[in-house]
Design a protein around this ligand. Sequence first.
Ligand code: ATP
Ligand code: MG
Length: 619
Amino acid sequence: MQNMLRTLGNRGFSNASLETEFQVAYRSYGTRFLFVSSTVAAVYFLVFFSFDLLTGHRQVTDQVQLGRLGLSCGLLLFGSATRLNKSFFTRHYTAAFVAIVSLVCLLSNMIITTGHWQDDPMSLLWGLTSATVFATVMVYGFARLTAGPTLLIASGIGLLALAFAYQQPQAHGTGFQRMVVHLVAANALGYCLYRFSLARERKLFLQSKRKNHIAELRRTKEQAESASRAKTAFLANMSHEIRTPMNGVIGALSMLNDEHLSERDRLFVKSARDSARNLMHLLNEILDYSKLDAHKVRLSPTPFDPLSLISSVAHAFQATAEQKGIGIRRDCHHVPADIRSLTGDEGKMRQVLLNLVSNAVKFTQCGEVLLSLSVRKLGSEMARVTLDVSDTGVGIPPDSIDKLFQPFYQVESGSNRSYGGTGLGLAICKQIVDEMGGEITVRSVLGIGTTFEITVDMPYSTEALSEAERLQGSEGFADTQPPALAELRLQGEVLLVEDNEVNAFIATMTLESLGVSCQHARNGEDALALFGQNAFDVVLMDCEMPVMDGYEAARRIRQMEAADTARERTPVIALTAHALSGDREVCLANGMDDYLTKPFDREALALLLSRWLPVATNA
Ligand code: ATP
Ligand code: MG
């Protein structure tokens, strides 16, 4: 029965599941139609009641008028009831019950009429009409069928009533005509109401569906975002946790003096150093990738000299390439002579190039690696920069080309791997180049060689870089480090604030080997006490410590200095395992002057301290 009703009640959604959903939803929407249609029917009877009363055609006490009034009140009560208890009126058995009651009303009206037709044909015709209209409304409201079956049933009821009335000879004439008009009008009205309500309900249904859909999408998006945030936070924490002990490992290894070791021990130390370096490379790549993945990387474009970028990258691999017996060549002939600088994120460009050249060197056994740069003007401001890194190495099979830029993909995987690496290098390159709005492509012939090509549009300038801009560009690049750090000796007294015993031990040993004397504090509070009693040339401050952290301690030191005018400003250098972007800014904002990420080796510490401490003259 229910299935039959459903098929009869199809409301034109071609998608079956949508149709089923709408039918379920329409059951409760349908009560609104019941309310409207019964109210309209009540008004319909009230209009005739008032018309006949005003024209003096009938009195209030007239049987017909009383019938109309009773019917109107009944319909209004019924309409209100559908509003008050929706769930009751959405049930199928309620629908069946009301439909039966209305049909019984109609039939009983016919039976009563049969006996009393001669007494008052007009009022009996009215009773018949009203009952028919009532039954019709019920059919529209409850069966909730499509237009066809509804019209069929409603016309059936109407015709039944008409046929019955037509058999009564007394009822012929104007009375009968009026009955026909009323029945047709009631049916037409009911049908219009039905169409109107159906269209409205469909619209509401689709609207609420869309709203739910959007809410669902938003929820999913939020979940994904919070998962991604959790992932990044986890990576940041892990990197912090791993960097702290790595500090001890790398520091201790860098302190081991190779000269006093046997050949065998030297090999052990070398393996340990190589492994530590590889582990740091892996940590850094995973961090880089996760930062890029979370779109946490902001490009910071500055003017830079593309020629010196290329030469510094080539320089960085000179030694490795020479060891392997391959050459590194540069070709920068296709750069217009008047272009003196480009504006872009030089650091990120360098990272991409270093990755590509490192691959080229890694996968080439003989021949050469060629780094070529060409710049083409696109107008008076923009230029198209094309960078090619070609090698004469092993090449890449055609079916692997598409997958190269996926994270962790390596052509040689599994147990027969002969090259190291994580497979993140190219994924990082692609993300950086995408972020720059550029494109990275690859051409390769197996056994012959590979060419990676980057194309990026950048603004150019015909003016030479200022001294400050040139220095800024080369910051942090190994090539520009002062040589002979190994022999560097410094002077001065350092306050080392560090809670981890191993790290404190390594740092103390490193400082002593640099010729610097040092006092050690285990947390911010101890540090403040020591700082109050002695003068130091530099404070090396760990950031995360129990009792009082490094940020707080740095702020307090600045306050102490402000209170004591005789005291000079002491440089405070943060030592932190936080390597995410923005951490440097946090340190500087808390009154610190410089920043060194853990793990650091002897060279890094020496280089940093050489900026703040005088070099020993007698070294
Ligand atoms: P790392 O994360 O340390 O860079 P990786 O070098 O293996 O590890 P990618 O730089 O992403 O990772 O390179 C992915 C793979 O693409 C490499 O493993 C290699 O199989 C292939 N590949 C990349 N560059 C070349 C090249 N110049 N010649 C041949 N194969 C290459
Ligand atoms: Mg690589």
